[in-house]
Design a binder for this molecule. Structure first.
Ligand code: OAD
Length: 238
């Protein structure tokens, strides 16, 4: 059974109305990364950081999964081998579209984390400065998202999946943020066929075996339909 590992980024949620980071009108054109997406920024001004993530939490809760999210859920349901979805996105649109066991390497907007004791709980719609931890009562609640300078989550599980992938796809990600941008090398080293599906060529596009350009809502359903049409190859084994 051929194993498929998929990495997604902000581009897959763009057509659901959620802004990307690095496109011309993206989040990083409106906010300084150092202010809202680093541990130091949170220590300096927790109110500002909470306001930033509270706004994104409200926006994400109103967004609906699009045809690309649904297509990946269909692939998981119908492909005869394992299909692992790793996302850099902090929204829950893969799950809302029907995907299972999504690995959120940059955390989720729906989660809160205690910086003191490590306890995790469901984030309220609006977190605030001094948010109390329900377990240890310290006023050290923060969004359960990974900031620049912090280690992404689930890295050893992801490396194990990449090392056993037969097919690796990166969808809607600019290839500018590591370690995710290097997954293509890990998958290729394991002998996987690699494909990029993105609106524009990413920074690492030349490292993929195959590059398809266009909007995710068109590219991803087409790619999934092609894979499923060839599903008898997968049953034949790698
Ligand atoms: P970026 O904003 O860096 O890149 C989004 C990519 O999606 C770009 O290459 C766009 O061309 C592409 N894109 C835009 N619209 C698209 C569409 N409709 N269909 C397909 N592709 C489209 O976002 P990420 O690569 O996800 O990390 O960013 C990676 C990380 O950097 C994020 O997880 C976040 C950010 O800073 C943290 O906050 C730690």
């Amino acid at each position: 059974m051929k194993k498929i590992v998929i990495l997604t980024g902000a581009g897959i949620s763009a057509e659901s109305g959620l802004g990307t980071f690095r496109d011309a009108d993206g989040l990083w054109a409106q906010h300084r990364i150092e202010d809202v997406a680093t541990p130091e920024g949170f220590v300096r001004n927790p109110d500002l950081v909470h306001r930033f993530y509270n706004a994104r939490r409200v926006q994400a809760a109103q967004a609906q999964p699009n045809a690309a999210h649904h297509a990946l859920a269909r692939l998981q349901a119908e492909w005869p081998g394992p299909v692992v979805i790793v996302t850099q996105n902090v929204d829950s649109l893969h799950e809302a579209g029907g995907a299972r066991d999504v690995i959120h390497m940059h955390g989720t907007l729906s989660g809160a984390l205690c910086w003191a004791c490590g306890h995790r709980w469901t984030a309220p719609d609006a977190m605030r400065s001094g948010e109390p931890c329900p377990a240890c009562r310290a006023p050290t609640g923060r969004p359960d998202v990974v900031w620049f300078g912090e280690m992404p989550y689930h890295m050893s599980e992801i490396s194990d999946h990449l090392a056993t992938a037969d097919l690796f796809a990166a969808i809607g990600t600019s290839g500018q943020v590591y370690p995710a941008a290097a997954f293509v090398f890990e998958a290729a080293a394991a002998g996987a066929h690699t494909v990029e599906l993105n609106l524009d060529a990413s920074d690492v596009a030349s490292d993929f075996d195959e590059v398809r350009q266009g909007p995710a809502t068109r590219l991803v359903p087409d790619w999934v339909a092609q894979l499923l049409a060839r599903r008898s190859d997968a049953q034949a084994g790698p």
